[in-house]
Design a protein around this ligand. Structure first.
Ligand SMILES: NC(=O)c1ccc[n+]([C@@H]2O[C@H](COP(=O)([O-])OP(=O)(O)OC[C@H]3O[C@@H](n4cnc5c(N)ncnc54)[C@H](OP(=O)(O)O)[C@@H]3O)[C@@H](O)[C@H]2O)c1
Length: 270
């Protein structure tokens, strides 16, 4: 007779979240723990991961573990892949880890730009490959790839960033079409400016930027709502949606002129 409690460890759904030590990733961890998910959190800042795991285990009676990993290091990525492979009840994979770079393309070192290509474009497909094989066997699961409104933009100051985020959207939309007749959901989450550690890591004080900030809480709330509805491209916030829509319909020549003008004005005021 099976007299196990359904809330016991091995029956709970599992979510793996990369970049969970702060910002949007940490907020996903909070919301999924609240919903009763066991967590596998990945990032480099161990103290933050440990603290978050302890907090969520105590608050929600779930199991939370972490992997300290540098996503540009193949050995660390292997460790994550092994964990993913072992995970019996994987329901959600969130490829969220990411970062920005400041400076002109030709001036910024190639090492950091190559790291961005690895973190944004190499690791998500690798983890998705493993997750999808597991999910397809059960015809159940969700994959969220955290992109950006930058996926709809071209920007002289963010050459590689915009390109990597467009890759994420294209990758996710193609998967969506492939998975259309299954119960597996995929989403490219495209937040606009969000108050997290992202800009402070670049040495920018968010208070000095006159933009339309959203909170991680609102971004994640939007993403989970989009997931329920099965929306593949999720853009949180009305202003961000409008901006992406305009980017899609505006003639390229007009767009280039606006961006060049804006850039000249910004360079003058810097
Ligand atoms: N904030 C925004 O305005 C904004 C807008 C659009 C899209 N996004 C996207 O949202 C995602 C989350 O960023 P966030 O805004 O929440 O910023 P954040 O607070 O800086 O979080 C980024 C996360 O990624 C992890 N990470 C970065 N590089 C890593 C690496 N090489 N190896 C392992 N982990 C790494 C960081 O962990 P450790 O530092 O502990 O390793 C951290 O947990 C990113 O993909 C970003 O591009 C952000």
């Amino acid at each position: 007779m099976n007299d196990q409690n359904p809330r016991e460890h091995n029956e709970r759904p599992v979510a793996m979240i990369t970049g969970a030590s702060s910002g949007i990733g940490a907020e996903f961890a909070r919301r999924l723990a609240e919903k009763g998910y066991d967590l596998i959190l990945v990032a480099r800042r161990e103290a933050l991961l440990r603290e978050l795991c302890n907090e969520l285990e105590n608050l929600y009676n779930i199991s939370a573990e972490y992997i300290v990993a540098e996503l540009t290091d193949p050995n660390d990525v292997n460790e994550i892949e092994e964990k993913l492979n072992e995970s019996e009840n994987l329901q959600i994979l969130i490829n969220n880890a990411g970062f920005g770079i400041r400076g002109a393309f030709h001036e910024v070192g190639l090492d950091i730009q190559t790291s961005m290509l690895k973190v944004h474009c190499l690791v998500p497909p690798r983890l998705t490959h493993i997750a999808l094989n597991k999910m397809l066997k059960r015809n159940k699961g969700s994959i969220i790839n955290v992109s950006s409104t930058a996926a709809f933009l071209v920007s002289p100051g963010n050459v590689i960033y915009c390109a990597t985020k467009r890759f994420i959207n294209s990758f996710t939309e193609s998967l969506y079409l492939f998975l259309f007749d299954t119960d597996i959901k995929v989403q490219a989450l495209c937040p606009g400016f969000t108050l997290t550690d992202f800009h402070t890591k670049l040495g920018i004080d968010p208070r000095t930027m006159n933009v339309n900030w959203m909170s991680s809480k609102d971004v994640v709330k939007n993403s989970l709502k989009c997931l329920e509805k099965g929306k593949v491209i999720c853009i949180p916030g009305f202003k961000n949606k409008l901006m992406c829509f305009v980017m899609k319909i505006i003639p390229r020549r007009v767009l280039y002129r606006i961006i060049i003008k804006h850039n000249k004005r910004r360079n003058k005021s810097d």
